[in-house]
Ligand binder design. Structure first.
Ligand SMILES: Cc1ncc(COP(=O)(O)O)c(C=O)c1O
Length: 401
């Protein structure tokens, strides 16, 4: 007898370009923090589709907003005004303190826009600067510009040559950063909490070094908040917790709650150096995406979801620390709010199937790190239930070591 899973796998392996090694699960439905597979098995989601489903799955309000908008008007292009883009930009400005938004469709496009806007800034000033300074462990996306500021050789090597003007410095190494930034640096780019590279918040001392290097050399600062932004760490953006004032901010993932949308936020000084036609996107900021994003931001920041992160985050962290003290294979717990990593003493790959077996969805990143990005609406009870199962999964993996 062939199952739904067999059919899905057979068709995919014949027709889908094989760039993803998928876990052997086919999700067909979601409800809040729960996902259901094709056999009706229930899972608690501690990943949110990699930090996207901040409001959880099957959200009735989001579904209603998207459906109403789809029945009214989905897309008109950026050649015309529509009522929602300015409203969304105003909302993002109030949350971030940055003056203006450019809308696109993904995280990598948001980073791409930030890199281009930084270059444009220096061109307009009449003193072009080419260099970007980025961090070891960084991940900024897969297009040529964002890949050029991504450090992982595994992602970079097959596509070289990339931009030749990028200098990488070790994360949280203030003196190396200070030495790398000069009067030819267009911008420093960093994730305020390193995500893909292993869940590592920047230290206050390193944030101060970024600030000082920018003040000294004029270099711009680009904060990539694609994973860490929009309430995930208990702050609208983690750069705020670090006391940083970026010139550009890349936003994506949770912004549309699953409807693709990204944004490059720019200070007025940067925005003033751009002209009509300098950058663009056919879909960027269309009505459907903006409607979804306005709904998501409303729930996050007016509907109590950001408060939920502050409420559940501390017990989530305590439970993770208890897991770490119970299992010697857990070397370190790192993160903030509801963005956490457990670094193991060995490859974390085996934890993913062990957690799935116990009905919990997690992810392994940077080889040794178990990444946890639950929906921001998760209740304390569901969080403790899921972490109890993760505890058992790590125990099983540790016992088989
Ligand atoms: C910090 C960061 N920047 C950029 C990206 C790229 O975003 P996207 O996959 O939407 O292009 C990601 C995705 O994981 C990310 O975590």
């Amino acid at each position: 007898m062939t199952t739904v899973m067999d059919d899905v796998v057979t068709r995919e392996s014949r027709f889908v370009l094989q760039t993803y090694r998928r876990n052997p699960v086919t999700f067909v439905r979601g409800d809040g923090v729960r996902l259901y597979d094709a056999d009706g098995r229930e899972y608690i989601d501690l990943l949110s589709g990699i930090g996207v489903a901040a409001l959880g799955h099957g959200h009735a309000g989001l579904a209603r907003a998207v459906s109403e908008q789809a029945q009214t008007l989905i897309h008109t292009s950026n050649l015309f005004f529509h009522p929602l883009q300015g409203e969304l930009a105003e909302r993002l400005s109030a949350l971030s303190g940055l003056a203006r938004s450019f809308f696109c469709n993904s995280g990598t496009e948001a980073v791409e826009a930030c890199l281009k806007f930084a270059r444009r800034y220096w061109h307009t000033k009449g003193a072009p600067r080419a260099q970007f300074v980025a961090l070891d462990e960084s991940f900024h996306g897969r297009t040529f510009g964002s890949l050029s500021v991504t450090s992982d050789e595994h992602y970079r090597a097959p596509f070289e040559p990339l931009l030749p003007t990028v200098t990488f410095v070790p994360t949280n190494d203030a003196s190396t950063l200070a030495a790398a930034v000069s009067a030819s640096t267009a911008a420093i780019i960093a994730e305020p909490v390193i995500g893909e590279g292993g869940l590592r918040p920047l230290t206050p001392a390193f944030a101060a070094a970024i600030k000082e290097a920018c003040a000294k050399t004029g270099a711009l600062f680009i904060a990539d908040e694609i994973q860490s932004g929009l309430g995930r760490t208990g702050h609208p953006f983690y750069f705020q917790a670090l006391g940083l004032t970026p010139d550009l901010v890349a936003v994506g993932k949770a912004l549309g709650g699953g409807v693709p949308i990204g944004a490059a936020l720019a200070s007025q000084a940067v925005a003033d150096t751009l002209s009509f036609g300098d950058h663009g996107s056919t879909y960027g900021g269309n009505l459907l995406a903006c409607r979804a994003a306005l709904f998501v931001l409303g729930e996050l920041f007016d509907g109590g979801v950001a408060e939920n992160v502050k409420r559940v985050g501390p017990s989530f962290e305590r439970r993770l620390r208890a897991i770490a003290s119970a299992h010697p294979i857990v070397k370190e717990v790192r993160g903030a709010g509801l963005m956490w990593g457990l670094e193991l003493t060995r490859d974390a790959a085996a934890v993913v199937p062990a957690a799935l077996e116990r009905g919990v969805v997690v992810n392994r990143t940077a080889e040794r790190v178990v990444r946890l990005l639950p929906p921001l609406v998760i209740s304390e009870a569901d969080a403790m239930d899921a972490l109890g199962r993760l505890d058992a999964a790590i125990g099983a993996v540790g016992a088989s070591a």
